[in-house]
Design a protein around this ligand. Structure first.
Ligand code: EPZ
Length: 416
């Protein structure tokens, strides 16, 4: 199993290009299921999660051809509306096929994802929404089984803001009979990117990016070409890595507008940030100031940046409070950071972090994708060598991580 060996102490400097967003590409790839005509996507990142989803779509009868960052999907031969447990268990986002399959095929059998390292993560809101749209939905033998002649437009309320829940229901509603209104919808930029792709395919959607999305169902969607938005979490991760190491970097093919809440906190921490057209320049101070954060749905501070921001607080001047409000178990990285010498106390969903003058390299274990990114940032500033184990988590969501870090001057290499 691959590990990442980091020799800490190098300040990151230079320029790196940000890849397409994993969490936009995943639902957009599923949108191909809604049409019998080809969907061409560009700026698709080369990631393990993307490969997993393409394999899932192929076993349903979808043709998927990849060339560089372009993927062409043809779901005209879709004949097996089933997502088996073996595939879903490796990637929870597979649940995103449920809405499109029911809408296009009138039936779907999708394995329940099961538990996850960061929390229970149920999918009850996805199921509740499809049921309200007239589908017969049952959970049988660990699978969600949904059937309908044609989905009917409905007024949907989600009990909490759910990103993939909003995306699943929005996709399903595109082919429903009549109008669907999703209230308490997620406002994440990835939801907007998906809506833009669906509109390019002929869907009638308004309000994406607000908490009320309206969809007028149409008979069919057609083919389209769409460019996936930049990855705002990858953007944020490199900004935090540069900040932690006292570096100066320029990120291209991205923009500050995707990461406003993070930029605000990095400015408080003492960084200078210059927004450019399709680029961001960051210059870190000699010593960062600790800054408190509270995660919440967009446009507030993203839970997917919590671990990376905790890492920078570990080496900042002063103390900070970190509140995680989205997932119930998303502090697994804290114990690993403590192994590097961080001063962190956890009380329920709150972490109290006091900066220390230096971290010391050690072997640490990655537990999920973003936790791993937090450990890599800590390794970049720690004295001596840090070995990050289980980096398959990183391969799920960061394209060419070690190559990009090395291009910025980090001393990092993959070892078997
Ligand atoms: C998406 O997950 C992202 N994944 C996650 O990114 C991200 O952490 C999360 O949104 C929050 O921003 C993708 O976009 C593929 P939710 P999702 O439904 O949609 C509860 C990463 O590292 N809930 O918005 O699964 C749920 O348990 C990943 O890239 C229900 O109770 O998250 C959580 O507490 C990890 N019932 C909260 O809502 C439901 O039916 C928000 O989850 C749905 C959700």
């Amino acid at each position: 199993m691959d590990k990442l060996l980091i020799e800490g102490g190098a300040r990151l400097h230079g320029e790196v290009a940000i890849s397409g967003a994993k969490n936009a590409a995943l639902p957009i790839l599923c949108a191909a299921l809604l049409s019998a005509e080809p969907l061409t996507l560009t700026n698709v990142p080369a990631l393990r999660d993307i490969a997993t989803l393409l394999a899932l779509l192929r076993q349903m009868g979808v043709k998927a051809e990849q060339s560089g960052d372009t993927v062409v999907l043809d779901a005209s031969g879709l004949d097996n509306p089933v997502a088996p447990y073996e595939m879903v268990k490796t990637m929870r986002a597979s649940i995103l096929v449920l809405g499109p399959l029911v809408a296009r095929c009138g039936e779907a059998r999708v394995s329940l994802p099961g538990g996850c390292a960061i929390g229970a993560r149920p999918v009850d809101q996805h199921i509740k929404g499809l049921h309200a749209m007239g589908a017969e939905v049952a959970v049988e033998h660990g699978y969600v089984r949904a059937r309908t002649r044609r989905l009917k437009g409905a007024r949907l309320f989600t009990d909490m803001v759910t990103v993939t829940g909003t995306e699943n229901l929005m996709m399903a509603a595109c082919l429903a009979d009549g109008e669907t209104v999703i209230e308490n919808a997620a406002r994440e930029p990835e939801v907007v990117d998906l809506a833009n792709c669906l509109v390019a395919m002929g869907a009638r959607i308004s309000g994406a990016g607000t908490d009320v999305i309206r969809i007028q169902g149409v008979e069919r969607l057609h083919g389209a070409t769409h460019r996936v938005m930049p990855d705002r979490i990858e953007t944020g991760t490199y900004l935090c890595a540069a900040a932690a190491t006292g570096g100066e970097i320029r990120l291209t093919r991205t923009a500050t507008s995707y990461v406003d809440s993070l930029v605000d906190k990095l400015l408080d921490a003492g960084c200078e940030i210059t927004p450019e057209r399709d680029a961001i320049h960051l210059k870190a101070p000699e010593q960062l100031t600790a800054v408190s954060i509270r995660t919440a749905p967009y446009p507030a501070f993203p839970t997917d940046m919590q671990a990376q921001f905790m890492a920078i607080n570990c080496v900042a001047r002063g103390a900070a409070v970190i509140r995680e409000t989205i997932f119930e178990n998303r502090f697994m990285h804290a114990v690993e950071l403590q192994r590097l010498g961080a001063d962190i106390k956890i009380d329920g969903n709150t972490a109290f972090v006091t900066g220390v003058p230096r971290l010391q390299g050690a072997t640490v274990m990655a537990t999920d994708l973003r936790a791993s990114a937090g450990l890599v940032i800590a390794g970049l500033v720690a004295e001596g060598e840090t070995l990050v184990d289980r980096i398959y988590h990183l391969d799920r969501g960061y394209e060419k991580l070690e190559t990009k870090l090395a291009a910025l001057g980090a001393r990092v290499r993959r070892v078997s």
